[in-house]
Design a protein. Structure first.
Length: 150
């Protein structure tokens, strides 16, 4: 019997939201999806947890610093074909940040921008629309974006 193994890359993505429901997106600086809007995120480095990678990538790409312990895990996205470069598995996190949080595009982000949750770009890179939908579903009328009852 011959076994086939697939190379899998490990990433972390962040849905950064303000209490008033604005979402932070970056404009990708290179392929795949160059010029498309996406969630901040990237590869998990050797010896790093996905939670630490999420906090690091958020800061590198947007200048927003959060304590990794404050990130709320939203789930794992692992569908084959979610990334045209090959098999990628991502763990997505939610970060709720103050409404006056300043942003600065950096690293592989061409731009960074706050978007109203009801006025997002029509298409996001990868499967980031599905990740964002999961985060927004948790932000119902009875909860704040972190899922805390109000």
């Amino acid at each position: 019997m011959t076994e086939a193994f697939e190379s899998i890359r490990y990433t972390a993505d962040v849905v950064a939201m303000t209490p008033d429901g604005r979402v932070l997106l970056i404009e990708r600086g290179w392929a795949p999806f160059e010029g498309a809007w996406a969630l901040p995120g990237g590869h998990v480095d050797p010896g790093e947890t996905s939670r630490a990678a999420a906090a690091r990538e958020l800061e590198e790409e947007t200048g927003v610093r959060v304590d990794s312990a404050d990130l709320l895990q939203l789930g794992v996205w692992d569908a084959p074909g979610r990334d045209p470069r090959g098999r990628y598995v991502t763990v997505a996190y939610l970060a709720v940040v103050p409404e006056d949080t300043a942003i600065t595009a950096g690293d592989d982000a061409r731009a960074a921008r706050w978007w109203r949750h009801d006025d997002l770009p029509q298409q996001l890179a990868f499967d980031h629309a599905a990740i964002l939908a999961t985060a927004l579903k948790g932000a119902s009328a009875d909860t704040d974006p972190a899922g805390t009852a109000i």
